[in-house]
Each structure stands twice: as C-alpha cells, then as structure tokens.
Design a protein around this ligand. Structure first.
Ligand SMILES: NC(=O)c1ccc[n+]([C@@H]2O[C@H](COP(=O)([O-])OP(=O)(O)OC[C@H]3O[C@@H](n4cnc5c(N)ncnc54)[C@H](OP(=O)(O)O)[C@@H]3O)[C@@H](O)[C@H]2O)c1
Length: 327
C-alpha cells in the first residue's frame, strides 16, 4: 500500500505490486532483517504522512507503516535472530506491505503470550511509554500518574507500563466507551474530561499527581500543571488535540514542578544499546503479565484508508491494526 499523493487518508493511498525488498534498511545500509508481515500497526505518523504533515517526508510514492509483527525471513549474522522467529519490528517506513525490512536493533522476539496483532502494537507505544514515563518522567514505585488520552494507543500502553513500575494510574478519557477501555488497560481510576476534571484528579490523588503524561496538548495544559504535586513532572508526548500549548514559567516556579519533553524516535534512533535496554524492560513486563496490548479496530491491508480515518476521527481505542495475512 503506497502513499501516492498527499491529499489525506481518503484518497492518498493506492495498492501496488512491488518487488521483494532487499535486506537493507536506511538506518543500517547494507543490512536489515526481512520480515514476512502478518500485521501492521497504524499510527499518527502514517495519518500525517497522507497529508505531507509529518517531519519525515519521503519522496512519493512510498510505502508507509512504521511497525509490524511477523516472521523473520532473513536476518544479519550476529543479530541473534533467525529465519522463522516470530518478531515485532520497527521499520519506520514500509510496514503496510507483505514484506518489510527493519534494523536488527529495532527487531524483538515476540512472546508466545502475544498474538500478531498485539505484536504490531508493541514497539511504538510501549517503548514510548517506558521512555516517557520511566526515563524522562522518572516515574517511581508508589507514585501516581495522570494519563491524558488514556484509551488510545500511547494511553493504554502507558497505563500498563506505569502499573508494571508500581505506580498508581488515573486515566482521563472523553467517552463511556473509552472509560471501559481505560479500565480494561488496568487504570486504577478513570475521570471523564469535562469542567471539573482537575478537581477530581486532585481529590483522587490526595492533592496532586507526580507525573502527567500528555499526548493531547491543547487547552488542557494549564490544568495539567495545576494537577501536579510539588516535584511533579509533566511529560509532553504529542498534540492530538491540535494546538501546541505555551507555558508561563512562573507556574513552574510557584509549584516547584517541571515540564519535560519526550520524543522517543529521535532519541533512540542512533542508540542501539538503549533500544535493546528498553526492549528488555518491555519484555520483562510482558513476561510478568503487565503488558497485554489492546487491539481496537482491525482492517485488511486493502482498507488502510479506513484504518487511518479511525485515528483521524478520534474513534481509535487501543491499537489500530492491519491484518496483512491470516495468522
Ligand atoms: N513523543 C513520542 O515519542 C511519541 C511516540 C508515539 C506517539 N506519539 C504521539 O502521541 C499522540 C497519541 O498517539 P496515539 O497513537 O496514542 O493516538 P490515539 O490512539 O488516537 O489516542 C490519542 C488520544 O488523544 C485524544 N484526543 C483529544 N483530542 C483529540 C483529537 N482532536 N483527535 C484525536 N484524538 C484526540 C483522544 O482521547 P480522548 O477522546 O479520550 O480525549 C485519543 O484517544 C500522537 O500525537 C502521536 O504522534 C508521540
């Protein structure tokens, strides 16, 4: 499935017959793991790419798709991977296809506990959640996290990673259906976005939370800062709400709080050892039963446009997935 024009999810995509990819990835030229794709994860970068609005702008036409789950066809020597292994792989591009190529350091064995659809939702969301909560937000056992957009991909992943860290979680969502999804993801408390969400959060947390994880931005930002307790950290992850908030820094001084940026992709891209370290932590959390990716809408590859519209129209819960071949 290729992006052939930058006209939005309705019309930007077209199916094409392409040759098998070479075992080479742009991040590891001349080397790469070739994966027979079973499921492809669908996320905001793909949606933005159909409009030419993502920071990475490949030449048209190109195959989008940043992550997949499947079976290894070939792997570089010394990668620890072999033909036939079930894996989750972050390919950055090229995932909406029957075969994709990923760097070895971005390819991880997939636990038998997880089906391929869950594997396609493992890297972007869970690695981001670990990076944002633990490495950037310094979330610790016994602390409380407030999660915006809690029923979404990053949201459900972060609720599970926070629990695995021993933290308590408060989920903020916009609908009854999303309330149920946040509970399913393991939220300790769920609050509906509305006039008084900040007061509810303050009450539930006994005066304020330690970490706010915010993939939404927009007009919630000031109330997020007000929801922090002393020493609290607000971690900025994205702007699904549209507007990029501005902060009056006197609030940070008055509250003794911090605003922290967390851009997973750019940070980890050139750091293979850090990727392996995060992968090992995520695996440990899968094995301990804390991580079970929640798959929401599923579509066949041919209906990739429909999948992108689910994200665009704020209807997504958990991870949106394309089934590329029957598993
Ligand atoms: N910084 C990083 O490293 C990193 C990594 C991965 C993803 N991201 C970013 O994180 C954001 C969330 O990704 P995701 O995969 O979790 O998306 P998602 O599954 O669609 O969830 C996003 C949530 O944002 C909320 N939202 C509020 N206003 C919205 C609007 N106008 N349109 C759509 N959603 C809206 C929705 O929750 P309610 O309806 O409950 O409010 C929704 O559930 C994206 O911007 C993505 O690019 C950043």
């Amino acid at each position: 499935m290729q992006v052939v024009e930058e006209s939005g999810p309705e019309s930007a995509l077209a199916l094409a017959e392409l040759p098998e990819p070479e075992p080479s990835h742009m991040l590891t030229p001349g080397e790469g793991v070739v994966v027979e794709v079973h499921c492809a994860g669908v996320s905001f970068p793909e949606l933005l790419q159909t409009r030419g609005q993502y920071q990475m702008k490949p030449e048209l036409p190109f195959v989008p798709g940043s992550e997949v789950a499947g079976v290894v066809r070939s792997a570089p020597n010394g990668s620890g991977l072999a033909e036939g292994d079930r894996v989750a792989a972050f390919c950055a591009l090229g995932g909406f296809a029957e075969s994709a190529v990923a760097p070895a350091f971005f390819t991880f064995p997939l636990s038998p506990e997880l089906e391929m659809g869950q594997g396609a939702g493992l890297i972007l969301n869970y690695h981001t959640a670990y990076f944002a909560l633990v490495l950037r937000g310094r979330l610790k056992e016994g602390e409380t996290e407030l999660m915006h957009g809690a029923a979404g991909g990053v949201g459900t992943a972060s609720l599970q990673v926070a629990r695995a860290t021993g933290a308590r979680t408060i989920a903020l969502v916009s609908s009854e259906e999303k309330h149920d999804v946040a509970e399913q993801a393991g939220a300790d408390a769920v609050v509906r976005v509305g006039e008084n969400w900040k007061d509810e959060v303050k009450e539930l947390s006994g005066g304020g939370v330690d970490v706010v994880l915010d993939p939404v931005g927009g007009d919630r930002f000031t109330d997020s800062l007000r929801s922090l307790r002393e020493d609290g950290r607000l971690v900025v992850v994205g702007f699904t709400g549209g507007a990029i908030p501005e902060v009056r820094v006197n609030r940070l001084l008055l509250g003794n709080t911090e605003v922290v940026g967390a851009g997973w992709g750019a940070y980890v891209m050139g750091k293979p050892d850090l990727n392996r370290e995060i992968g090992a932590e995520v695996s440990r959390m899968v094995d301990a039963g804390f991580i079970r990716p929640i798959v929401g809408a599923r579509f066949p590859l041919e209906q990739a446009a429909e999948a992108l519209k689910v994200l665009d129209e704020r209807r997504a819960t958990g991870k949106v997935v394309l089934d590329v071949r029957p598993t």
